[in-house]
Design a protein. Sequence first.
Length: 341
Amino acid sequence: MWINRIGAEAGTIIGNALRSNRKLEKLNISHCDIGAEGAQAIGKALESNKALKVLDICGNAVGNEGAQAIGKALEVNASLTELVLLSCNIETEGIRSLGEALKVNATLEYLNLNNNGINDEGIKAISEGLKVNKALKILFMQEILMGEEGAEAMSDALKINRTLTVLNFFSTSTRSNKTQFIYEALQVNKTLAKLFITDSNLTVECTRTISEMLKINTKLTDLTIRANGIDYMTVIIEAMKVNKTLTTLHLKLDEIRREDVKAICEMVKVNRKLKTLSIQFVVLGSEELEVLKEAIDINSTLTLLSLGAKVATPEEARTISKLKENRHTPVVSIFCSLIIP
């Protein structure tokens, strides 16, 4: 029923049908205009339904009332494992209900709350749920408005939580040290394996905290950082020389400086764990290209190198295209997105 404007009345009919359903395990009614009324009917049905495992109602303006009904259902539901509430116009009161549900729900493993009105109060509510939750493994919260209170709350939760393995969040707040609290938590967290974090700009203090986390953390395998810029990125790269667990590193910035490229290449020469390295967007001259070629020839573990590169001449572009040919091991794949000024 994906993108089928069935409306609130039909949503109510679906909800009523779910009460007696004994076979349907997956339901996708995203972008169907079911509204709060339809979501309330579905929430009511989930209180007794024992079959449904996956529910996707993204793109429906269910609002706080719809979210509260679903939250109430999650407190007693014992079958749902995946819930997608992306772009559902849910604000603080609705998020609070979902946070309360996380305190007692024992089956939900995947929760997507992207693109809702989540502020510090909502983040604190979800964080309180995470402190005691024993089931949730994957949490998406993009387009959140996170201040220091929200960041501290999430940090406290990550220090305690023992089940979450994937966290993806994108804060639209202005430049601050808020994400520093998250990285501090990962110095003690023992379960989070994948972290996708988008911030407007990572400060010097934050990059130092990331560096310390990479030296200490023994669980994180996949790290994606998207930002307008990173101050002192070489500090992070230096930490990668001693990190023993990270296998995937994605750096997507407005621009990576040439000195940072050289630092990355030096890291690649000695790191023995990294398998996937994605760098967007880098400025490469002939000197940087030579260092890069040397690094991937020396490294014996990197299997995927993705570059979004800016080069000055067609000759430099051809040099990048030949990097794969110069690789001494045949398993490497190099994808280059070239922008020639």
